[in-house]
Every structure is written in structure tokens, then in C-alpha cells.
Design a protein. Structure first.
Length: 724
């Protein structure tokens, strides 16, 4: 028996059955019938002294260790004595070594019956076999693969038989395991149980070493299965692991309540009836809570949630192929448990190709298998992705449900923010941040976690500013406006609709919108006349968020992208129960009779369709009513003209601004000078207030001078002469 220290993982073998004998038999089969001896036996010694000792050829090694035969007869037989009967330590003879190697192989084959591998390996594989339906041959193949991936000597010997094609691999494995080739070919086939469960994959591309052609579920699978008796679920822990408890509940997802009303009972029914092929695709922007939704569903159903990892222990990305194999193994091993599987970052599998170079995604190259998986998987699975566009239409139809998870509406955001940051932000800051319609809950939660860890160092005031800064930086990095302390969508404290010159009773109109919560208004008139501010004021009266969309928000360089953005905008506004303001709508509703490109027509068509079906309050502002499509004009319930301020309005606004800026009230003799500026708007007064911050104005006359300068810059404006 060879010394145990020759086994790299000797702790797995101590006191356990016939592991060294099995190991020795496999080595001899690799060396003799498969020809590895050609590399092993060199003219002047062995390629590996350690392997020579393990298989019983250690006495041929010129070494100080006393491994020589004890009796003279044995020594004479192998030719290690000279004519005087003295030992010859340098008498290595390749020809005689080969002869003895063949004899050792014959002896080992004669004593092969009843040999058994480590108890832990046998026990774990027996449990695995019962769970996923492995045959005795499958178990033997898996045994050998585990051992060749766990022991350096066996790995070294397998490399001496050279690079193998798939056909030669089958032949070599059949020799090592002493089984018929046709049976082994079936065990390694792409539709075999080993392949279907993902436990073992035969790599069929090109020729490679034996160990490289046999790939286990994970890098550490062999270590796990040899380390001791364990639950088969533990074998998945490198690539599939239980999720931590959820941080949210289904109560935080009322904005997709209609989808949850179907999804939750469907998943419960699937578990109760062991329904197969249950797959749900959940997509939404990063940070909207897709992973937390999966965990919350598991908590609500009283079952575990297992996640298919996208990174390994070192933080490196796991390949799409390995993730799919881990998923297959999880489906087999967890089939009898009440669990959900969450496959996060699903785009890694469905959208990892390259259309430019014609390279298909991993899912597309395995389309038949993926389709079969989506129809037969025993464990309900939630596939999570940032974008539905990653899915081939052929795959979309195979999902039971496709759910978009948008950013929560304002009230939801406010509640989640309060729970995540309530100890760091005051009520005013929470309200202001919650107004940000692009803020995903995960962004706020992570920022709060960072600041809370150093709160004692920062102090209360600095911690509040740090949270806002971190959230703002993340939003900017995502391409969104940061949270500003001076929110451009907030109305000034002195806002008064009576300063607007419109051809309708704006207060009565606002009352009607507050009452009925539905309407489509077109606000038109010169720039700065107060159209957008009126929309903000109505949103405040209605106590709903205001969602402002401009051309830069909706236009896309991709064909069909603008239409998708428009549809998403209306859908988001309806979910948030927001007042939707589309600024400069003439960019989207131009007369189709003047269109030069097909996309211009489809853009107008999409906008008209969304306007027709929208159930909330829509306001559209434009400076150019004449260029709008006639069909669009018919779809607006009310068209309101905003015009330049009347003289009395301009004078009242001047006196109000003087009060707000701490300037003495204007004298009556200044009024004629102001009346001559007959094209003033509230926006002009707002511009003068901003100028005052940079270049202070100390008198009412100075305000009128500044207004005159603004007036002169307008189209059709004229210099005002004779006033200082």
C-alpha cells in the first residue's frame, strides 16, 4: 500500500475503505492501456516519482529513502545487485520498468472487485442520485470526475494521454471506468441526466486534456462533495445561494398591485399543484426593487428564495453558460422543496451576444434547451432584468407573466425614504427628495447606509447634507438631474394666478380639475407667460406630483425609441396619478401633412394614441399653436391662450417684487414708463429677480430699466428711449 502522504487530500481518505487501491487502479489504467507510460517512463527516470511510489515502482527511484525490496530474491528479480551481490542504486532500466508496470496493472485488475471510494463522497453522491435521478453509471462518472479535479497526481497522469477529442474522451473514460463505450457515450450526451442537471458537462468544442473536457458544476464542487456528509443543497453554494431576508414587503409594491393580484395567487397555486414551467419576467430600471420583490414574494408565501449568482467569491463575473448550468442544477436539487428561484441580471444570458459581428447570445445558441426549460422547470422562477429588450420575442411568449417594475410613485417613495433615511433627513428634505420621480429606492437606501456608518463623525447637519449629496451624485451619474435645493419645479412663495393674462378663468378651471381629476389642456402663448407655472400650481392644488417632459426626455436616436419613451411617460404618469406636463409639445405634434420622414408621422400617431387613452390630467404647452396637427387640437378639451401682462397686472407685479426685494415702492410717475413695455411676462420679472442676486438693484426705477432691457431683446420689441 502506498504511503498516504502521496495523496494531496489525504484527510479525505484516512481510515476510509479502499480509496488508495481505486486511485492506484485508475492510475495504472491511464498508464498502461491508455498509453500514459510513454510520458511517465523516461530514459533516465520517472516523470513523477510520487506516482511511481503510489503505483508500486518506488524501488526504481535512486533515492536515500529506503524503498528497496527487502529479500535477495526480490532484488535479483529486478536486477539491483552486481556480481558480488552488492546493491546497485543506479540500475534503473526502462525496459524492465515497463514490464513490471504491466505486471502491476494485471495484478490490480485481478483484485479490482469490491473497491470503494471515500465514505463522504459515496454518501453525498447517493443522496444526490436519489434526488435528481442519477444512474449507477452516472455516479461512477461523477466519482471519477470529482477525483481527477481534486487530486494532482491523477490530474497529472491524465495529461500524459494527450489532448482528446470527444470520441477519444469517451473511449478513455470507458477504459478507466471499465464500462462499455456506448453506455458511457449516453451518460455524457447533451441530453443525459448529468448534462440536464448541470452537475457535469462534457465540453465538445475541440480537443483538450481529459480533466478540461469534463467540467463540474463549479470550481469548488469537488472540494464540497469530499469535505464531509452534507445536504445536497450545499453543493450549490458557489453559484446558487439562499437570499437574505427582504428589506421591503409587498405593501411597498402597491404601484404594481394589479400585477400582484395575479402573480401571488398564481405562484401559490404553482407550489400547491407542483405546476411545471412557471416563469415570470420582471424588468425595470436599476434600483426599482426587483430583487427585493422576489424576496418579498418568498416571505409572503412562506418559502425560501434562492438566487443564481452573477459573481463568484472573488467578485469576478460568472459566465452565462455556467449560470445556466447552475440554474439547471438548482432546478433538479430544489425540485422537492417549497422555494422560488431568482435569476438576477437575466440579460447576461439572453443578451450577451453581439449583433454587429453576428454572435448570438448564450440563450439563442441553446434555444431549444432554453425553450424546453421554460416549459418544464419544476421550481417557479423569477427572471430579473433592467430591460425587456434583452429578450428575443420567441422567448417572451414562453413566460407566464411579464411585469414592468417602475420607480414607485411619490407617496410610495416618501414612505420608503422615511423608513430608509428618516433618522438622517428632516421632513422638508424628505418631501423634496420624494418629489424626484427618477429616484429609485435602492439609491436612497445605499446613500443612507453609507452616511449612517459615519454619522457620529459628521454630525447631524453634515449627515443630512451628505445624504442629499450622495443621492444627487448618483442621479447625475445615471443621467438624471440632481436633487437641487432650489427645485426649478417649485413655485415661488408669492405665486398668484391673478398675475396671468389668460382668456379663461384659471381658478375656476383649476377647481374643475381638482374635482374631476381628468382633462386635456393645451396652454399656448408667448414664452414666459406662465404656462408651466400654472401647471405646477394646479398640481399643488390637486396634491399630486408634477411630471414634466421635454423633447430631450422623449426623443431617441433609435428607430421606435421615441414612441417607446412616450408610451412609458404616459404609463408612469398614470401609475403615479401625476399631472403630466409636456413642454414645447409642438415638437411632437407637428402637422403630419408637412412630415418629410415616416418616423415623424409615427411619432405624432403615438402621441395622439396616448393622449386619447390617458385617464389623468394632461397639460401641453407651446409657443406655436399654428403648427400643431389638427387631430391633436381636437383631442384637447380646452385650449387656453396665455398672453402678455396687461398694464395693471404689470404694475401690481412690480410693486409686489419691490416688497419681496426690500425696495421702496414705485412712485406713480414711473407707471407710464412701465406701461410702454407692452410685451412683459411673469418670466421677465423672474429674470430680473435672478439678475438682482448677481447685480443688486436698489430702486423701482432700476427694476423698470432692467425690464426695458429684457423687453428690447424680444422679437418685435423696441428700445425704450428717454427713461433713466
Amino acid at each position: 500500500m502506498p504511503p498516504r502522504h502521496y495523496f494531496r487530500r489525504s484527510q479525505s481518505f484516512e481510515g476510509q475503505d479502499d480509496t488508495p487501491a481505486v486511485f492506484r487502479l485508475w492510475l495504472l489504467r491511464l498508464l498502461v492501456p491508455l498509453g500514459g507510460q510513454r510520458e511517465f517512463i523516461q530514459p533516465h527516470g520517472f516523470n513523477s516519482d510520487a506516482i511511481a511510489n503510489v503505483i508500486g515502482l518506488g524501488h526504481w527511484i535512486d533515492t536515500e529513502i529506503d524503498l528497496w525490496p527487502d529479500t535477495p530474491d526480490q532484488q535479483d528479480r529486478i536486477g539491483v545487485r552486481d556480481e558480488d551481490g552488492e546493491r546497485l542504486p543506479g540500475s534503473y532500466d526502462p525496459k524492465r520498468v515497463r514490464a513490471e508496470l504491466r505486471r502491476l496493472h494485471r495484478d490490480a485488475e485481478g483484485a479490482k472487485k469490491g473497491l470503494r471510494l471515500p465514505r463522504a463522497l459515496r454518501t453525498n453522491l447517493d443522496r444526490l442520485a436519489a434526488l435528481v435521478g442519477l444512474s449507477p453509471l452516472d455516479v461512477r462518472v461523477l466519482e471519477f470526475t470529482v477525483m481527477i479535479h481534486s487530486d494532482g497526481l491523477l490530474l497529472e497522469a491524465s495529461e500524459w494521454i494527450g489532448h482528446l477529442s470527444t470520441g477519444k474522451l469517451v473511449h478513455s473514460m470507458a477504459v478507466v471506468l471499465d464500462v462499455p463505450e456506448d453506455l458511457l457515450r449516453d451518460a455524457l450526451a447533451t441530453k443525459s441526466v448529468l448534462a440536464r442537471t448541470g452537475l457535469l458537462t462534457c465540453m465538445r468544442n475541440g480537443a483538450d486534456t481529459l480533466s478540461s473536457k469534463l467540467e463540474l458544476l463549479s470550481e469548488h464542487f469537488a472540494d464540497h462533495i469530499l469535505s464531509g456528509e452534507m445536504d445536497p443543497v450545499e453543493l450549490l453554494r458557489d453559484n446558487v445561494a439562499p437570499s437574505p431576508p427582504p428589506l421591503l414587503t409587498l405593501g411597498d409594491y402597491t404601484h404594481i398591485g394589479a400585477s400582484l393580484e395575479v402573480l401571488v395567487p398564481y405562484l401559490k397555486h404553482a407550489h400547491a399543484t407542483r405546476r411545471r414551467g412557471v416563469n415570470v419576467f420582471v424588468h425595470g430600471d436599476p434600483g426599482t426593487g426587483k430583487t427585493q420583490l422576489a424576496r418579498a414574494l418568498g416571505s409572503d408565501m412562506g418559502c425560501e428564495v434562492f438566487q443564481v449568482a452573477s459573481e463568484d467569491h472573488d467578485g469576478d463575473a460568472v459566465s452565462a453558460d455556467r449560470r445556466l448550468r447552475a440554474f439547471r442544477a438548482a432546478q433538479s436539487i430544489l425540485a422537492e422543496r417549497q422555494v422560488l428561484i431568482a435569476f438576477d441580471e437575466a440579460a447576461d444570458v439572453f443578451d450577451d451576444g453581439d449583433a454587429v459581428f453576428g454572435r448570438k447570445s448564450t440563450a439563442q445558441t441553446r434555444k431549444a434547451w432554453v425553450n424546453r426549460m421554460l416549459e418544464e422547470n419544476p421550481v417557479p422562477t423569477l427572471w430579473l432584468s433592467n430591460d425587456i429588450a434583452c429578450l428575443d420575442p420567441a422567448f417572451v411568449r414562453r413566460f407566464d407573466m411579464v411585469i414592468e417594475l417602475p420607480i414607485p410613485p411619490r407617496q410610495q417613495r416618501a414612505r420608503i425614504l422615511s423608513e430608509a433615511c428618516g433618522d438622517l433627513l428632516d421632513a422638508s428634505a424628505l418631501t423634496r427628495i420624494a418629489e424626484c420621480e427618477v429616484l429609485a429606492p435602492a439609491v436612497a437606501a445605499r446613500s443612507a447606509t453609507v452616511v449612517r456608518s459615519i454619522q457620529s463623525t459628521l454630525g447631524t447637519a453634515a449627515a443630512r447634507l451628505a445624504v442629499e449629496r450622495l443621492i444627487g451624485n448618483t442621479l447625475e451619474a445615471q443621467g438624471h438631474p440632481a436633487i437641487l435645493r432650489n427645485d426649478p419645479n417649485r413655485l415661488p412663495d408669492i405665486y398668484d394666478p391673478s398675475f396671468l393674462h389668460a382668456d379663461a378663468d384659471l381658478v375656476a378651471m383649476a377647481d374643475g380639475l381638482v374635482l374631476h381629476r381628468q382633462g386635456r389642456l393645451c396652454l399656448f402663448g408667448p414664452s414666459g407667460s406662465g404656462k408651466s407655472a400654472f401647471a405646477r400650481w394646479v398640481a399643488q392644488r390637486m396634491d399630486v406630483p408634477l411630471q414634466v417632459r421635454r423633447a430631450s426626455d422623449l426623443m431617441s436616436k433609435w428607430v421606435g425609441g421615441s414612441e417607446k419613451n412616450i408610451a412609458r411617460t404616459f404609463r408612469q404618469a398614470e401609475q403615479d396619478q401625476a399631472l403630466l406636463l409636456i413642454d414645447e409639445v409642438d415638437g411632437f405634434l407637428q402637422d403630419r401633412r408637412d412630415a418629410r420622414c415616416g418616423w415623424e408621422v409615427t411619432l405624432v400617431n403615438e402621441m395622439l394614441t396616448q393622449m386619447e387613452s390617458y385617464c389623468g390630467v394632461l397639460m401641453a404647452s407651446t409657443n406655436l399653436l399654428a403648427g400643431l396637427d389638427p387631430a391633436a387640437l381636437r383631442r384637447f378639451d380646452v385650449k387656453v391662450r396665455f398672453d402678455y401682462l396687461e398694464a395693471a397686472q404689470a404694475w401690481r407685479m412690480l410693486t409686489q417684487q419691490c416688497t419681496a426685494l426690500g425696495i421702496a415702492q414705485p412712485l406713480p410717475e414711473l407707471r407710464p414708463h412701465l406701461d410702454r413695455l407692452d410685451q412683459l411676462t411673469p418670466g421677465d420679472f423672474a429674470a430680473i429677480v435672478r439678475q438682482h442676486r448677481i447685480r443688486p438693484i436698489s430702486t423701482a426705477a432700476g427694476l423698470i430699466t432692467a425690464l426695458a432691457a429684457e423687453f428690447a431683446l424680444k422679437e418685435g420689441g423696441r428700445p425704450v428711449i428717454g427713461f433713466v
